[in-house]
Design a protein around this ligand. Structure first.
Ligand code: ARG
Length: 466
C-alpha cells in the first residue's frame, strides 16, 4: 500500500516508507494551502512545455482542463488530500494522473525544489498584498478616530510620566506612521519575491530546452514594464529562504507595533487613566469579579506579538548552518510563515474593529492635560526668549517646581513675587504660558503637534489612505 502511494519517486525502492515515516514526513496537512499557487505554476509550466514543443497542444489542454477541475474540487472542499502522497505537489499530480495520461509529462524539466520555491514566491506576493490592505484598514480606523476627536488634548508621556501636552490626534497619527512603514516593508518583501525560480530544477537546471522567460511572464514575475524577472542562480533559487525570513520579520515588526499600540490603549482604558472606553464586543468579563471589563483583545495583541517573533526566530534557526542547496529541513519553513500570515491578518482585523468602537472620555482627558507642569518646558522657553541661556532657564523652572511643590500650590498659582524671586527675567506675562491652546499653537513646525500641522497631516493621510 505504501509502495503504491509513492509512485512519483518510488522507482528505485523495493519497499515503501514506514507508516511512521509517512506521518512524520508529510507536509500536505499544512502545504495544502499552496494549492492555488501550485496549480497556477503547473499551468504556466505546461503552457511553456507546449510552447517549446516538449508536449503537444492537446496534452497542454488536457493538463489545463484537469488542473482547473482539481482547483474547483479543492475550492469546493471536495478534494481528498492523502497524507501518504506527502505534499500538495504530489497530491495534485496524482489527481491529475486520474484525469489525463498527459499528467505523466507535467513534471518534465521540473523538480519539487523549484516548484515549491515558485509556489512560495507566488504566496508571498499574494500575502503581502492582503496584509497591506488589512493594515490600511487599521490606519483608516485610527484616522477616523483622530478626526472625530480633533480638539481633544492629552498629556504626552515619556518614561510613562506626564511630559508635554499633545493632541490625541497627534498621538494617534504616530500609529499611522508606524503602520505605514509596515506596509512599505510588506511591499519590499513582495518586490523581493517577484523573481521566478522555475527552471532551476532540483539544483542545476535542466538539459531540456525550456523557456524560463515565458513561464515568468505567465505567472506575473515581471517588472513595472512587464519584463520577466528570473532568479539568476539555480542553486540559490532552490535553497534561498530570505523572502520567508523577510516576510516573517515584517510580520513580527507589525506585531511589535500592534503590541505597543495595544499597551497604550490598555493603559488609557484603565480606571487610573480613564481616557477611553473599549467596545464591549472586544472586551471580556471576569468569571469571578462581576465589575470587571478586561481589555482581552488588546492583551492578546500583545501576546500575539511574541508568537510572531517566535516564528521569525524559528525560521532564522532553521536556515542557519544548512549546506547548499535544498535539505528536507526546509519543509519546516512553511508552518511559521503561514502562522505569521494568519495571525498578523487577524491582529489587524481585531485592532481595526477595537479602534472603531473606542469611546473617548473628554472630561478625563481634559482633567489630565490641565496639569500645568506639562508646560514647564514652555516656561523655560519663555525665559529663553527673554535672553536667558536654556540651561539657566531649565534650572530656574526646576526651582519654581520645587517652590510650588513645597507650598503645595499649582505652579501656575504662584505669585508674581515668588516667581521673580526665583529669576528676575520672569515678567508680568509669565502665567500666559499656561494657556494650553496657545501652547499648542506655538508648536507649528513640521512634525509638531500644533493645529496648523495637524491640518496638514490630515490632508496628507487622506491622500495616502485614499
Ligand atoms: N514538501 C517539500 C517541501 O516543502 C517539497 C520539496 C521536496 N523536495 C525534496 N527533494 N524532497 O520542502
Amino acid at each position: 500500500m505504501a509502495k503504491k502511494a509513492q509512485v512519483t519517486w518510488g522507482g528505485r525502492f523495493t519497499e515503501g516508507p514506514a507508516d511512521l515515516m509517512l506521518r512524520f514526513s508529510e507536509s500536505v496537512s499544512f502545504d495544502y494551502r499552496l494549492a492555488p499557487f501550485d496549480i497556477a505554476g503547473s499551468k504556466a509550466h505546461a503552457a511553456m512545455l507546449a510552447h517549446v514543443g516538449l508536449i503537444s497542444a492537446a496534452e497542454r489542454n488536457a493538463i489545463h482542463a484537469g488542473l482547473d477541475k482539481i482547483l474547483r474540487e479543492i475550492e469546493a472542499d471536495r478534494f481528498i488530500w492523502d497524507a501518504r502522497l506527502e505534499d500538495v505537489h504530489m497530491n495534485i499530480e496524482q489527481a491529475l494522473a486520474k484525469c489525463t495520461p498527459a499528467a505523466a509529462k507535467l513534471h518534465t524539466a521540473r523538480s519539487r525544489n523549484d516548484q515549491v520555491a515558485t509556489d512560495m514566491r507566488l504566496f508571498f506576493k499574494h500575502a503581502c498584498a492582503v496584509l497591506a490592505e488589512k493594515l490600511l484598514t487599521v490606519q483608516r480606523a485610527f484616522l477616523a478616530l483622530a478626526e472625530r476627536e480633533q480638539g481633544i488634548l492629552i498629556p504626552g508621556y515619556t518614561h510613562l510620566q506626564r511630559a508635554q501636552p499633545v493632541g490625541l490626534a497627534h498621538h494617534l497619527l504616530a500609529y499611522l506612521e508606524m503602520l505605514q512603514r509596515d506596509r512599505d516593508r510588506l511591499a519590499a518583501v513582495a518586490a523581493q519575491a517577484n523573481f521566478c525560480p522555475l527552471g532551476s530544477g532540483a539544483i542545476a537546471g535542466t538539459t531540456l530546452p525550456i523557456d524560463r522567460e515565458f513561464v515568468a511572464k505567465q505567472l506575473g514575475f515581471v517588472d513595472a514594464r512587464g519584463r520577466p524577472q528570473l532568479t539568476q542562480n539555480s542553486m540559490d533559487a532552490v535553497s534561498d529562504r530570505d523572502v520567508h525570513l523577510e516576510f516573517a520579520a515584517a510580520c513580527a515588526l507589525a506585531g511589535v507595533h500592534f503590541s505597543r499600540i495595544a499597551e497604550d490603549l490598555i493603559l488609557w482604558s484603565s480606571a487610573e487613566f480613564g481616557y477611553v472606553r473599549l467596545p464591549d464586543a472586544f472586551s471580556t468579563g471576569s468569571s469571578l469579579m462581576p465589575q470587571k471589563k478586561n481589555p482581552d483583545s488588546l492583551e492578546l495583541l500583545r501576546g500575539k506579538a511574541a508568537r510572531l517573533q517566535g516564528n521569525l526566530q524559528a525560521l532564522l534557526t532553521l536556515v542557519k548552518g544548512l549546506p547548499l542547496t535544498y535539505n528536507r529541513d526546509l519543509q519546516e519553513d512553511k508552518p511559521p510563515v503561514f502562522d505569521s500570515y494568519d495571525q498578523t491578518g487577524l491582529c489587524a482585523e481585531v485592532l481595526a474593529a477595537t479602534v472603531a468602537g473606542l469611546a473617548v472620555n473628554h472630561e478625563r482627558c481634559a482633567a489630565a492635560v490641565a496639569d500645568p507642569l506639562l508646560l514647564a518646558t514652555d516656561l523655560a522657553d519663555y525665559l529663553v526668549q527673554k535672553g536667558v541661556p536654556f540651561r539657566e532657564a531649565h534650572h530656574a523652572v526646576g526651582a519654581l517646581v520645587r517652590v510650588a511643590e513645597h507650598s503645595a500650590v499649582r505652579i501656575d498659582q504662584l505669585s508674581a513675587d515668588e516667581v521673580r524671586a526665583v529669576h528676575p527675567a520672569f515678567g508680568p506675562d509669565w502665567a500666559d504660558v499656561f494657556d494650553l491652546r496657545r501652547a499648542l499653537a506655538r508648536r507649528a513646525g513640521p512634525g509638531m503637534p500644533g493645529p496648523a500641522q495637524l491640518k496638514k497631516q490630515f490632508a496628507r493621510w487622506k491622500k495616502i489612505l485614499g
